[in-house]
Design a protein around this ligand. Sequence first.
Ligand SMILES: [Zn+2]
Length: 437
Amino acid sequence: MLRTLLLAVGLGTVALPAAALAESPLLLRNVHLVPMTAEGVVEGVSVLVRDGKIAAIGRDGTLDQPTDARIIDGRGRYLMPGLIEMHVHLRRRIALDLFLGHGVTTARNMDGTDQVLAWRDAIADGSLRGPALTSGSPFLHRSAQDSPERFVGSVDDAVRMTNLYASRGYDYIKIAELDDEPFYSLMAEAERVGIPVVGHIPNYDLDLARILEARMSSIEHIEELFRVYFEYQPDESKIPAFVELVRRSGVPISTLIASEEVKNELFAERKAYLTEERRAWIERYGGPAAVEGLGSTIEAIDNGDWERHWVDVDFLLRLVRELHDAGVVLVPGTDSGGSVLISGLGLHRELELFQRAGLSPYEALRTATVNAARVLGKLDRIGTIEVGKDADLILTEGNPLVDLAAAREPVGMVLADRWIDADELAELRGRTIADEP
Ligand SMILES: [Zn+2]
């Protein structure tokens, strides 16, 4: 195992040529490396970061130390790739800080705005600190007659909106609910234009096999697959055929199970959900408006027929386990920013649920590193610790392959060529809406 790992990370064998410019290089010494290229830890390693890239990896004492290097003593802590959160709703500026504080160095936004594009670009050019962002367009919906930026009621709309959002620089088209014809036209146009499509099951009248055949780049909310295929009945006998259908399609699934758990709590507890403690917690990150919003959601639940929206989370976890075992690419998403899950923290809840489903900590962490990087089309740049990749790294006190919780509150982070220390990360985790510029 050790040998494989050493080969996988190319210990001491490769170094990138030094590029001119920028910050002084960073040399992280005395770390236990969790490269995520294979399961395991390599002890006593040094990693050299130059110009935002991993320039060299080697046994402690074997790397040439540039004279201008800033030395960080890892003190036997664990260095792993930064985490990737695949389904967020970025609305508040503090979310960027909360992500970093909780080890998230890349996030995929699922409802586009000009503001998010501006943040994405500012982070990319180094003028704003935050996780690397990609963003879907405003989500497209067949019933959004009141919002012209979302409404897709016809094939013409589908074609027009696809071109509009591709030309505005969005990374994906995000779909919510669409009729059949607009959906298939949108998929064809997106392929022609060269922009991936992500989002919900377009409508529940469609057959799951046909939806999967349309080859969206990822389908969000595993619970929707459950609804459309199992029709809300946790029927175990249908699992094998379901798993085979999804596996054969090759379509990655973004899970969002923690958000179902929260919804279940809301359906069950209703007004009792908003305890003083929860109210304070929600207000801390979202302000009074978030508490009010949740209050009206609860009121709607109280007045509606919501029992049918309750989903058996344990059955979803069973599906996670079976899909995972079959080799389906699963990635973690949370809806944080659009639900009561807190940015950054929500991802760790999702990973804990994967562990409850029966995945090992390594398998769970792979979903938020290797799998997510692959779905983003960036596995050549992020997702593992290897020479030549972007230096998006987190340092954890304990071994995350033994206890997932170790990754929740990192004690160090390399973000491109910046080093963020434990105190600063703790401060970022402590940010509240009151700290927003
Ligand atoms: Zn969402």
